[in-house]
Design a protein around this ligand. Structure first.
Ligand SMILES: NC(=O)c1ccc[n+]([C@@H]2O[C@H](COP(=O)([O-])OP(=O)(O)OC[C@H]3O[C@@H](n4cnc5c(N)ncnc54)[C@H](O)[C@@H]3O)[C@@H](O)[C@H]2O)c1
Length: 318
């Protein structure tokens, strides 16, 4: 994508969406950004607020937009969704957000949009598959933020524990962005040295690592209990992924990618490192897992398949 004028459409201007728009503005990424939401006052206010930041960052046309503005967008980022209500089952939430996704993808595609879709709304793996199904776009051009946030959290936690810059920790959270995800500790490294050797040298036990993994997976609850929602971390992950697309980086990022035989799985979107460039997902990279980790991966994939099948069956009834 060597265009001088790049356009990223943001759909969903809540806590995550507006933080993403702010991150994009701070990084001087994309020359044009229409913001779309059912709450027009929010997008109007955000556009007016964000344009004031361009004086100190980089020129950008930011405005409250409509789906017609997506026609020539390079990327559409979807953060629109409703949160889980107390007493609501996961499937009920999935069905609600399935409907919202359908109501977004239809006008998006009707605009003539032919770019890349990045889904951040939850449950991200399922909604990414839904966005691909409803849009009919090639699988490599629709993907989700997957376990990018969870992986950041893992690297931050390991970085703190080992007193190492988290950017230099090569470790991943894999599979569903949700309860069945897991840390692939056995393959993690720092400067090529196995993480498990380093932790052993530092007196960090397997129990300590299990606790760290648990805290990482449940960190969202800690944040939500304190301030009601999480948004800066995931918004920055979204910005990082979009930068890899706009700058054709071939960056290796943990996203919700379509598998085609990797990990022995296919026809599923799930969290794995993958190469991201201007054409979307170039390829998923299969981490060679231990048997125990592979079993966790397959279990997580089976969980996602079950949710997907139930959601599709429910959707067919409507
Ligand atoms: N993938 C991740 O790692 C991750 C992390 C945090 C949050 N999330 C998810 O991101 C999503 C957004 O979270 P949030 O905190 O910003 O929620 P929020 O309630 O603050 O914002 C959601 C926005 O979506 C808009 N919206 C709802 N229906 C719409 C529609 N049909 N068309 C256009 N806009 C519509 C709402 O008006 C609102 O502005 C949620 O699904 C949340 O679970 C994902």
């Amino acid at each position: 994508m060597s265009k001088l004028h790049q356009k990223v459409a943001l759909i969903g201007d809540g806590a995550v969406g507006s933080s993403f728009a702010f991150a994009m503005t701070q990084q001087g990424l994309a020359e044009e950004m229409p913001i779309i939401d059912i709450v027009k006052k929010q997008t109007t206010g955000d556009a007016l607020d964000l344009e004031d930041a361009t004086v100190f960052t980089a020129p950008k046309k930011i405005y409250s937009g409509d789906y017609s503005d997506c026609k020539d967008a390079d990327v559409a980022v979807i953060t629109a969704g409703v949160p889980q209500k107390p007493g609501e089952t996961r499937l009920q939430l999935v069905n609600k957000n399935f409907k919202i996704m359908k109501s977004i993808i239809k006008p998006l595609m009707n605009s003539g949009f032919d770019g890349i879709i990045l889904v951040i709304a939850n449950p991200v793996d399922i909604l990414t598959a839904a966005a691909q199904k409803f849009s009919g776009l090639p699988k490599n051009r629709v993907f989700g933020s997957g376990t990018s946030l969870d992986t950041s959290r893992l690297r931050v936690a390991l970085g703190k524990k080992l007193e190492v810059d988290p950017r230099d920790v090569n470790a991943y959270i894999l599979a569903e962005h949700g309860d069945s995800e897991f840390a692939a500790f056995n393959e993690a490294t720092i400067a090529g040295k196995p993480l498990l050797e380093l932790t052993k040298e530092e007196g960090i036990t397997q129990d300590d690592l299990a606790e760290l993994e648990d805290q990482t997976i449940h960190k969202a609850y800690d944040i939500i209990n304190n301030k009601g929602a999480t948004y800066y971390g995931v918004a920055t992950c979204g910005m990082r992924i979009v930068r890899a697309i706009l700058r054709d980086e071939n960056a290796v990022l943990p996203i919700s990618a379509p598998l085609n035989g990797e990990y022995g799985e296919k026809d599923i979107y799930i969290g794995t490192p993958a190469v991201v460039n201007a054409s979307g997902v170039k390829r998923a990279i299969e981490i060679p897992l231990t048997d125990e980790e592979a079993a966790k991966f397959h279990k997580s994939a089976a969980t996602l398949r079950q949710i997907w099948d139930d959601a599709v069956a429910e959707d067919a009834k409507n």
